[in-house]
Design a protein around this ligand. Structure first.
Ligand code: GLS
Length: 833
């Protein structure tokens, strides 16, 4: 539209587009202006929430300048873009991040202070955007930050859930769930785009039609339609005028009102359609690493890819390029299998609607998509039942059958007569009912598949996708080790360490070139630097101790060793093994003389994390932690040498307080089960040591920071299968120390033992699938080593410095660059003011 304006009119527009001023007086004036106009409030009814909102609005004005600049330049120049499709974006809070990215925090501090409030207080008023479960969703948020910071023309596409991940409350030691209605108050960080709406169809039937060229084509008709409306969330880049975007879809009813039903007196039915449409994007499924084969979830997945592809195609068509150029303009990254329906959907659009030939369309599809696998856990691999797919997406099911048929025909040409291979590699799994293996569909529909850490990528090449390598060869399957954004996870979350690093290295450049942290190595033995480093850690521990006291009433001593495990509660992550070892430590203390107790290294063991609401065993683990905490924390005889804390409702903003405060953090999954882990990276970046298994990214962290700076234990991933086999056929091994711990639980030392029966059974009758007993001895040994190392403060601080100094590789900037170079073939697109 803008090209249609006459030159003088354009000039009038331009005259009024003036950059925001960032001096404290202008900021004050903007905040007051938003208080009065946007919020319709004044000095007579101000509170912190209102002040937060007015402040956020004024920051967003500044962000929008960059957003418009970027989007306009992209529109004009039309470079290749990447779209990151993800069902989850775990963004957390936006205000502090935006203030840092725009480099205006100092002035905002002053302005807010002049207006009678404290900026730090206002930051706490913001609700987390918690549209994700854990690592997978948080990774997507880190990647958006890095893409924006490095000026990659990348957009995220996702869903605007009205309820994010539930709020966790602990009642009587048990987890209970409360809805997270995060949109209760106005959300300054999203822009409703009432003009950007697409229709999405479900159900219906497939017919044939003759197209303009006289060819027969399939057409999907009938069924129900809902509307997808766009909401844009700006993603500021650090130190750049570039600003990224996440476009989230919200479902709306298509026919706002069914007047026939209304007139017939059936008011409820007329509203029912509206309600059903709105419900589609109501709630995030609260499962991490676990498939729930619910119809509503399948609908969410299709709704999201359908709207996103319509939007992408709309943008592509504006430039009037031929279809064959689509992959030169568009790269789509599928974050796990959740967006895999995009593959048959694009094929459907190209063949049925745009009239392309099947093979030409398939060539475009497979040059467009790439797929990241995030898990090897069988229970997490998405499979959709064929009857359900046929009912909800009848045309897609046909297309999937055809994709599979043509694929299997090609495989058979190479491996003549190998029926077992065909059966194993088929996208359709036989059985009743048949299932669509979404990971296989994603592999066949993509040009590149990646795992998220070196070990994980090896494992998927060796096992999950091994047959595909036989057919495609190895090059299609690559590794891109995960990363985290140093802006949120150090610069913002750990201001004292940020300042110390900046003064030591002489500039802030490390925040965008994380490899520069290696410059800290030469100070690792410097006594003055060591004591400054230790002082920062101590202050961060005090901050966490203060939070724990204020929110939970538990006193913890910042001089104690802070030992932290925060992540989703899952059997494979083995929080259970952790609490069992805590009980063992408690029992050991109980056997000591008062004199000996006083010589021990004091420990505070901190847990946090949500269990999926239907995950019974995980919920029992939470209960056991709280029951043990109750006994241990109130036992005066152990002289406060051990404290146990379960922090409720672990989320991104709590992580920002917890992560900088660890001495040790635990990443103790059974070898081969954690694809990567990313909290391990966050802790080490903040100078925390880790106690971990030889799994996921722990291995590469050890390589980067040096084996002497990491505590590793446990069996290796390639031993796991044999051990499981032996346990199954030759009997379980029970570690004697573990047996003593179990006996104490069964004797009722931590409350009614019948509660914990099913949990204990997982170790005994359940076959100890996660090998807790097998790893228990080496785990306890490592704990002893940790204690001994901690006694030598100087050597500990040196290790802590070496941890941070070695973490350059784990910046999400590096990871996103790898995606851009190896997969998306994308160049940065710099916008100038
Ligand atoms: C996960 C893996 O479990 C994590 O190990 C990984 O770090 C993360 C991001 O790649 O993806 N997969 C998953 O389904 N949830 C995750 O957090």
């Amino acid at each position: 539209k803008h090209e249609q304006l006459s030159e003088p009119t354009l000039q009038t527009w331009k005259k009024h587009i003036v950059p925001e001023k960032n001096d404290p007086a202008s900021i004050e004036s903007d905040i007051v202006h938003h208080t009065i106009t946007t919020l319709c409030r004044g000095v007579y009814n101000l509170d912190k929430l209102a002040m937060y909102q007015a402040t956020a609005h004024s920051v967003r004005d500044r962000l929008l300048e960059d957003w418009n600049l970027t989007q306009e330049a992209l529109h004009r120049e039309n470079p290749k873009r990447c779209y990151y499709m993800s069902m989850e974006f775990l963004i957390g809070r936006a205000l502090d991040n935006a203030l840092h990215c725009l480099h205006v925090k100092k002035n905002y501090n002053q302005s807010v202070d002049n207006l009678g409030f404290s900026l730090e207080d206002l930051l706490c008023e913001e609700k987390d955007a918690a549209l994700g479960n854990g690592g997978l969703g948080r990774l997507a948020a880190c990647y958006m930050d890095s893409a924006a910071t490095q000026d990659y023309p990348t957009w995220g596409y996702g869903l605007r859930y009205q309820y994010g991940i539930f709020k966790q409350m602990i009642k009587d030691g048990y987890q209970t769930e409360m809805p997270d209605y995060w949109l209760n108050f106005d959300n300054p960080w999203e822009f409703p785009r009432a003009d950007i709406r697409y229709e999405v169809r479900f159900h219906g039937y497939v017919a044939t039609k003759i197209n303009e060229k006289g060819e027969t084509r399939m057409t999907w008709e009938g069924g129900d339609k809902v509307q997808a409306m766009a909401y844009d969330v700006p993603i500021p880049g650090f130190d750049t005028k570039g600003c990224g975007n996440i476009r989230l879809w919200s479902s709306k009813p298509l026919n706002t009102f069914d007047f026939d039903s209304f007139n017939a007196g059936d008011y409820e039915r007329s509203v029912a359609e509206q309600t059903a449409a709105q419900n589609l994007t109501s709630v995030l499924y609260p499962n991490d690493n676990h498939l729930v084969g619910k119809e509503l979830r399948l609908k969410q997945e299709y709704f999201f890819v359908s709207a996103s592809l319509q939007d992408i195609i709309h943008r592509f068509k504006r430039a009037k390029c031929p279809w064959k150029d689509f992959p030169d303009k568009v790269a789509v990254q599928m974050n796990d299998t959740h967006p895999t329906l995009a593959v048959p959907e694009l094929q459907r659009i190209l063949v049925d609607i745009e009239g392309l030939e099947w093979d030409d369309a398939w060539d475009i599809v497979t040059r467009t998509f790439a797929f990241t696998n995030h898990t090897v856990l069988p229970e997490a691999l998405e499979c959709w039942s064929v009857p359900m797919m046929e009912k909800i997406l009848p045309r897609h099911m046909q297309i999937i059958y055809d994709i599979n048929l043509f694929f299997l025909q090609k495989v058979e040409k190479v491996f003549v007569g190998d029926r077992d291979l065909l059966k194993r590699i088929s996208i359709i799994e036989e059985g009743s009912p048949q299932q669509v293996r979404m990971a296989f569909l994603a592999v066949v529909g993509s040009h590149t598949v990646n795992g998220v850490a070196a070990l994980h990528s090896d494992l998927i090449r060796k096992h999950l996708f091994n047959d595909f390598i036989k057919y495609y060869g190895p090059d299609k399957f690559i590794n891109i080790t995960n990363g985290i954004t140093p802006r949120r996870w150090l610069y913002q979350a750990n201001p004292d360490l940020r300042d110390l690093i900046t003064t030591t290295l002489g500039s802030e450049d490390w925040a965008t070139k994380l490899d520069l942290l290696k410059g800290l190595k030469k100070f690792a033995d410097d006594t003055k630097f060591q004591s400054q480093w230790a002082a920062v850690k101590y202050k961060n521990k005090e901050r966490l101790a203060f939070w724990i006291k204020a929110n939970m009433g538990i006193t913890v001593n910042p001089d104690a060793l802070f030992d932290i495990q925060v992540k989703r509660i899952h059997e494979y992550k083995r929080q259970y093994m952790n609490i069992l070892s805590v009980i063992y430590r408690y029992q050991s203390l109980k056997k000591m003389s008062a004199e000996d107790i006083s010589q021990q290294v004091p420990r505070v063991v901190i847990f946090g994390g949500k269990a999926a609401p239907g995950y019974y065993i995980a919920k029992l683990v939470i209960k056991l932690i709280n029951s043990a905490a109750q006994v241990i924390n109130n036992d005066k005889s152990i002289q406060d040498m051990l404290k146990v804390v379960f922090i409720p409702d672990y989320n991104v903003s709590l992580a920002e307080i917890i992560v900088p405060a660890s001495d040790i953090s635990q990443h103790i999954s059974t070898a081969g089960t954690e694809a990567s882990g990313t909290s391990n990276m966050k802790f080490v970046l903040n100078g925390g040591l880790i106690l971990g298994t030889v799994d996921g990214a722990n291995i590469e962290i050890g390589e980067q920071i040096g084996a002497e700076n990491i505590f590793m234990f446990g069996v290796l991933s390639d031993e796991v299968e044999d051990i499981r086999h032996n346990q199954k056929y030759h009997g379980l091994f029970m570690d004697p120390s573990l047996q003593v711990v179990i006996d104490s639980i069964q004797a009722g030392q931590f409350g009614d033992p019948s509660i914990f029966g099913p949990l204990i059974n997982t170790l005994t009758y359940g076959g100890d699938y996660y090998l807790i007993s097998v790893d228990f001895k080496s785990y306890l040994q490592k704990h002893t080593e940790v204690d001994e190392t901690y006694r030598d403060k100087k050597s500990w601080v040196k290790k802590s410095i070496m941890c941070t100094a070695g973490m350059g590789f784990f910046s999400s900037d590096r990871a996103v660059c790898e995606y851009a170079d190896k997969i998306w073939k994308l160049k940065p697109f710099k916008v100038e003011a």
